[in-house]
Write a protein that binds this ligand. Sequence first.
Ligand code: OOB
Length: 552
Amino acid sequence: MLDGCTPWPDDLVRGYLAAGIWQRTTLAEALEMRAQSDGERVFVSDRDASLTYRQVDRLANRLAAELLALGLRRGDVVLMQLPNVREFVLLFFAFHKIGVVPVLCLPAHRRFEIEHFARVTGAVAHFFQQGFRGFDFAGMSSEIQLRTPTLRHRISIGRGTESGVVWAGPWLEDSARTQVIAPPCPTGRPDPFDVAFMLLSGGTTGVSKLIPRTHADYLFNARECARVLDWNADTIYVVGLPAAHNFALGAPGLVAALAVGGSVALASSTEPEEVCSTIERTRANVLPVTPASLVTLLDSPARHRYQLASLAQICVGGQRMQPELFDRLRAAFPRAEPIHAFGMAEGLTNLSRPGDPLAIRRETQGRPVSRLDEIRIVGEDGAEVDAGAVGELITRGPYTIRGYFRNPEHNRSAFTADGFYRTGDLVRMHPSGNLVVEGRKKDLVNRGGEKISAEEVENLILAHPKVQRAAVVAMPCRVMGERVCAFVVTKAGVSLTLGELNEFLLTKQIARFKLPERLEVVDSFPCTAIGKLSKQALRERVAQQLAPSATD
Ligand code: OOB
């Protein structure tokens, strides 16, 4: 396994293999097998093209050959920061053909985040789409390269002229180069039990942690999702959320569609217009949404302008869907099965089942997809709570990681001694055997499904010369669920505005979705009985201050 990862115990590995839970197949091999058995079926489409399994496989081979020619080798880590375009899928599989390990970054990330990932992993290349949404990724990448010596290559999809950038467009488009190339493997093919890629955690403390997922564990996770949702080769999944998110990638998602020979339609944004037109064009039948993107979709007139009757399942996850939103969803899409997805990039995926009574699906967030997922609900003392009581969800199993990448210190608190991941989610067990998410212990803001670490933003705010103390809390929002509110104590007598603060934060080159949307300047912070800052009191204060209309 890649240096810096925590393997599963040997006896479990042997058991998983013997039982066929983990298979000796890499993600690239899963694609190759489909290319053999269902070569002419469409696997991926975006606005500009549709590609069959065979075409995806061939193009991924071509890309893999070019990557080898550049000098990339098995075990190299690269940063992949691509929007939902077919090149995302092609590169993803090209990496897996040669054992290159991509870190799945979001297009919204900026220098602060990307440089951190580059440093932690020693990444050798950064893949992006120059100019996506008007942003100069090549320029950002060049700044990172100057400060991160390991980063040898800056590679953009498409074509362009910026110097120092390798353009991947010609690799895919030049007819002279499109002859079939056998899967390249001069350095040996990757091992199914090795790390395939890294996902990003929302981060409970400080900056995002890296989540190493192996081929075998991820394929198992995706297969189990597809199984419990009764997916088959007719499944057409709309990637209507960033493909780099675990939800859209495999839980359920793109890799789950591959597992059953289905297809994926990439929507280039979460905007209702784009999502609806993608569903109409591809007659898609499964749509993933966050409660936030669902509210936006239900509010939008776009949904009446398109033919959406093909939708058979709508998977809602990333945040808790309130029963009222469930009712709106049912009323708007009476023929689609509502499925709640309560998952995490670290592994465990809970899904409601299509056959479950609607009354239960309305109230609960689903149950683990595999019978091998072990879950416990524990109190502060680590002991299991009484049946039906609220406690922290801890879990381990064949696809839940045993440790973050190169982070022994955080791993000591994030995992129990016997390998359970502490999710930080407060849940209770419903009598039906499904989980109900009641809250969380972890200090983050869940903004429309995008997780923002309070500590990370607080540390950035504290660097402002006018700020003495800072506390970041979630404030309620009808659409986003939560948004970032910053409480600040300023240095003696100075004033600070939200505009001023955010201008400063932007100079730190952070992703915009982390910016506070409200600033409260206060004289002091409320304390708990033992003298600790009470974030609960701050959350209550801002929630009270927001008039009902302000939570829109
Ligand atoms: C998904 O993954 P992440 O890694 O972005 O976030 C995980 C955290 C969970 O620990 C929980 O706090 C929250 O997001 N969460 C939910 C939820 N789904 C995720 N909280 C309440 N209800 C839900 N349905 O967000 C993710 C990964 C795979 C599938 C779905 C979501």
